[in-house]
Design a protein around this ligand. Sequence first.
Ligand SMILES: [Zn+2]
Length: 747
Amino acid sequence: MRTLISSFLIATVSLALVPLPADPTLRGFFPQSVQAERDLEARFKAMPDPARMREAMRRLSARPHHVGSPYDKDNAEWILEQFKSYGWDAHIENFDVLFPTPVERVVELVSPTTFRASLQETAIATDPTSNQQSEQLPSYNAYSIDGDVTGPLVFVNYGIPADYDELEQRGISVKGAIVIAKYGGSWRGIKPKVAAEHGAIGCLIYSDPRDDGFAGGDVFPVGPMRPSQGVQRGSVADMPTYPGDPLTPGVGATKDAKRLTVATAATITKIPVLPISYGDAQPLLSALGGPLAPSSWRGGLPITYRLGAGPARVHLRVKSDWSLKTLYDVIAKLPGSTEADQWIIRGNHHDAWVNGAEDPISGLVAELEEARALGALYKQGWRPKRTIIYAAWDGEEPGLLGSTEWVEAHAEELKAHAVAYLNSDTNGRGYLDVQGSHTLEKFVNGVAMDVEDPEAGVSSWKRLQASRIREGATDVRTDARDRADLRIGALGSGSDYSSFIDHLGIASLNIGYGGEDDGGIYHSIYDDFYWYTHFSDTSFVYGRALAQVGGLTVLRLANADLLPFAFTNLGETAHGYVKELQSLRDKRAEDISERNRQIEEGLFKFTSDPRDPVTAPRREAPAPQLNFAPLLNALDSLDHSASRYDKAYDRAVAEGRTAAARAVNARLTQAERALTSAEGLKNRPWYVHMLYAPGYYTGYGVKTIPGVREAIEQGQWTDADREIARAAAALEREATLISGLATTLGG
Ligand SMILES: [Zn+2]
């Protein structure tokens, strides 16, 4: 209906010989291009087919397909044939990476009683792929160092730094101990990292039933939640230091790449670690003595949660095969016509921990349907202005291997040519979730307005807005009601976009639907076709919606007359980040002075329960004032340039200034690059973006203006001033670049 009305208006207005109106949701298209693009998009949107997605999922998840397995290669070859049959120029690109697979795994309680963990997920009669044990990767955490240790057990909650402070106040040390942590609260690789820093010799991670087991609903196969033997596999590499192949940081893991040795690779854990089910965890936890765990630490098992240390003693043994494995990245291309040296890149991984129907196949089948539809348009004669590259990455699960190695191998070309990267990973029923570069926020809002939600019969944008108004806190509700654009989240390091945005500064977006179905099959043998087609997007209508969002995003980026970046949203969001940093400093200062005062007044001593004694925390030096002026000045410059650019953009689009747009497009691709700094973040030079990074102690929780934020959080005050200057310099570079673009556009 919307399209009919706007085309009617266009027809009427053009008769009157006044300029055609631009279409606000179709950002970057000149009035004379709008109708052709709308027609093309209507043809595109009709093509993604839920039945084909269902069959593709059945095929791709039929057998386990982790890195190095026969079916991983088989899938890559099948995907390659699909792209070719859709009319794409496609090939497989190989890399050789370190990917350890388990050889020996032992977890046993050796005193005061004995128990040996099964470490085995059980096959379920009604689930036809759950019994493929000979091909399943046993439950383990990849990149755990080999080890054979025995020690007292300590329960450490989620195993993040704050949990160790609590233990210390209770006089509990993990030195020489094996810790047991719950999944959740941080990225899993943080748990062994923090445990080792505190002197632990081993680490177990288990899925507590309160988090994704029976507390949330019936367990599989009756319901979608984690059964008692279900285990979450996963990488524990230190990805906040760098993702990708641990042996080749910064360069592609090609045949003849220079490699570190396993012993010198910084991202492998310092202590052995294994994940276990709550079935295996219960006997260990119930053998713990010591103080009661704080109430917020307790989970859903029918036991008394205690901290230890001991009397439970645990033996943990882990040994892996550390050979290199081959990755199969499938790379497909549709050549551009008039601006072919600008690349739009789209990806989703194809490898899984086991059968991986949800993660990643639910996202991949949507990507494949987009590719089929784009290929069909191409065969019918359509030519994108810009080059489109579709990727099906291998090795995402162990550590974003396939995307990172590809980005590192092609870094120079990508820095010169990449316009944007669009990622998806998993998909389900519910709300459109978008994170990404705020330079693309306005643009992607336009896409969300043009894709219908399959359940609500309104646009995906409208449905998301409704949920934010209904469920959001006051500021979220106000924003959703009053702001022209729905906000998108910042990107951390949780999927294959990481190397694009964090390492090269390529504007990136991550898309997926979800939020209506809970599940407890993540990274287990039960994430399979049976589970997905019983408990998730069973009719694949959200698969179709994802293909429509992905395809429209790509089509618009590839066809736009003027690339659709907008900078006022970036400026506004960055203002929010700086305000957060200011209040974080004030809060830290207040907390430190109040706690120091309580220590001086002896309050911890007076209130300690002699039967459950708690000692005073350590005194901290008072927080100094920080000078945020350089950041605030940079934001003023950015605001000024962004509004100049907006005016120039509106005029250039309304008047269809083709030559000016051409001149600006190539430089616009550098706008995200301007936000990077060559030397990278402190102690992790791989991360060069000054606005976004995964937290050093949270994993893929995003830190915005990460250098400053982490300096404040860790009380490294002299670093904070220097990091403020570096972030401010990045924003000043951005402001200068945008200002130059406005001038070129004629603003
Ligand atoms: Zn995934």
